[in-house]
Design a protein around this ligand. Structure first.
Ligand code: DHE
Length: 513
């Protein structure tokens, strides 16, 4: 008969956990050589709480235990006790002992030039139409594929920085494409010679970049540190860094930066203060008030050069997701709490409130004309419907029911249809096809049952829709835009976004800019 241990002793034994080693020491011994001093990133990505906020604790544990395939991240399950792995995972979610800093000098020192922009050949080294290339971001193994848009076949594939996010942006002639990675790297890539031109790390955590419509500037918006970094678009030399703060000195993370081509300016959305900034890159820009617009008193001289300096529009709440009307005169902004407003960028005031309650994903909205009216349509992140708004009256015209909350909506001038996913809900494998003339769903397609299918971009002529099966291994599907039938599939590693040079540089109204 087994001896029974007293209950109190059993309880005490159960609460005894083997002690873990000091996680800071574990980090130095096992992680620092790749992930950098103070966890700021080196040849491997930064491991700061801000860099890891999109990962669930179980995913962090899994990566430490089993490594990451197709990268140099090894598995530690055999090398470290599980209690040490857990301590390390917890440690990575806490702020580092030394606050993470990234200065202008760090930015300047990080710049790498791979090819002298002045010596690049004038013509492409490939035979594809340079205006009809697609750039596809593959998140599964951090690569980018470049496709010939006529034959829809790959012409090259190259490794990118870790975790590219947001749309890559193109120079006005479509020759260069600029990528931003979540951990601060900006890359200029030449689509003629299929090589990197330059790279620079502008911060520790970056939202996105915008390229000026005159092709001279790249503006990067950061959340860590809270800065905007202006770069020369030809070679990525840093030009200036702006600290992002309000009149009272409260700093703000940047939510996103946009190029407002007709205004010759960048628009900057802020995450933590109710302001919208506009930075003109027109050399003839009117002078602006020095410091902050809140301090401005009528009659005072406007004494700072308006060129490349911010002009502030005060808001009555923080808006951080935006849709611009085609003329870039108005911007519809949505707050995290689900309120939406229309701001006129000329008079710098709110001109309408919009009843949008499904968490609209305005950044993915599209504009179109129908029956003499100008509309915009947006998917909703918390509700299965596409909301259509009349751009003249700022009225909600219709909510089109779909099979679930969606992330991306896309169309093209040459198709009567707009395509939306339902990737934020259980029907993540479906795409609803909406007729822009009747504002009704005409077809729902499920090309790969059970697999997340989203983000459509059309070919230059609007004949085919390219869709991502966002799995690893995943696929890039080509569907006929009129019959909705599949015509081709290319294997890819979790393709996310794809971007057609022509649609982007001509600012097709059915896609993002
Ligand atoms: Fe994005 C664009 C914000 C999560 C894929 N995303 C953008 C833009 C913003 C934004 C502001 C527009 C910038 C631009 O294109 O220059 N995204 C956010 C978020 O705030 C959010 C919800 C959370 C976050 O931590 O950032 C978020 N985004 C995601 C994803 O989970 C997606 C699906 C996968 C990923 O790679 O992270 C994702 N976002 C994208 C893509 C674009 C994008 C593919 C560009 C769309 C385009 O067609 O231009």
């Amino acid at each position: 008969m087994k001896a029974l241990l007293p209950l109190a002793l059993l309880a005490a034994l159960g609460s005894l956990q083997p002690a873990s080693a000091n996680p800071a020491t574990l980090y130095q011994q096992h992680c620092q050589s790749c992930h950098g001093d103070n966890r700021m990133g080196a040849m491997a990505p930064a491991l700061l709480p801000q860099s890891l906020e999109r990962l669930k604790p179980a995913e962090i544990l899994d990566t430490i235990r089993h490594g990451r395939s197709a990268t140099q991240m090894p598995a530690f399950a055999e090398r470290l006790a599980d209690v040490d792995i857990q301590a390390l995972a917890g440690y990575l979610k806490t702020a580092p002992e030394q606050p993470a800093r990234w200065s202008e000098a760090d930015t300047a020192a990080s710049r790498v030039v791979y090819a002298d922009p002045a010596r690049l050949p004038a013509k492409p080294v490939h035979r594809a139409d340079p205006q009809n290339l697609f750039v596809v971001v593959e998140a599964g193994d951090h690569h980018v594929s470049v496709l010939d848009g006529d034959t829809l076949s790959p012409i090259t594939r190259f490794q990118s920085r870790f975790a590219l996010h947001g749309g890559p942006k193109f120079s006005p002639d479509g020759r260069f494409v600029y990528f931003a990675s979540r951990d601060g790297w900006v890359t200029q890539y030449d689509l003629y010679t299929l090589q990197n031109v330059a790279e620079i790390r502008v911060g520790l955590n970056t939202r996105n970049v915008a390229v000026s419509s005159d092709g001279r500037w790249v503006l990067a918006g950061n959340t860590l540190p809270e800065t905007l970094v202006l770069l020369d678009a030809n070679g990525l030399k840093p030009v200036k860094t702006l600290a992002v703060r309000d009149a009272a000195g409260k700093t703000s993370r940047v939510s996103a930066v946009y190029d407002a081509a007709p205004r010759h300016s960048f628009i900057v959305a802020l995450k933590d203060v109710p302001e919208l900034w506009e930075i003109s890159y027109d050399p003839k820009a009117a002078r602006v008030y020095p410091g902050h617009v809140h301090d401005y008193k009528m009659g005072e001289a406007l004494s700072v050069d308006g060129f490349l300096n911010p002009r502030v529009t005060p808001l009555d709440l923080v808006l951080d997701d935006f849709f611009f009307d085609p003329a870039y005169r108005h911007v519809i902004g949505a707050s995290r709490e689900g309120r939406a407003q229309v701001i006129n960028l000329d008079i710098r005031r709110k001109v309408a409130e919009l009843p949008l309650d499904g968490m609209p994903h305005l950044g993915s909205g599209i504009a179109f004309e129908e029956g003499g009216h100008r509309y915009m349509a947006t998917p909703n992140l918390s509700s299965g419907r596409v909301t259509v708004i009349d751009l003249d009256s700022w009225q909600r015209v219709k909510d089109i029911p779909t099979l679930g909350p969606g992330f991306f909506l896309r169309s093209h001038e040459n198709t009567p249809y707009a395509w939306v996913d339902a990737m934020m809900g259980p029907k993540k494998d479906t795409l609803a096809i909406i007729d822009k003339r009747t504002l009704a769903v005409v077809k729902t397609v499920t090309p790969r049952p059970g697999k997340t299918t989203a983000h459509v971009e059309f070919t230059r002529d609007g004949r085919y829709a390219l869709v991502s099966v966002m799995e690893n291994p995943g696929e890039l599907l080509v569907l006929d835009a009129a019959t909705f039938r599949e015509v081709k599939s290319l294997p890819m590693a979790k393709p996310i976004g794809k971007y057609n040079v022509f649609n982007k540089v001509t600012r097709s109204e059915g896609t993002s800019h």
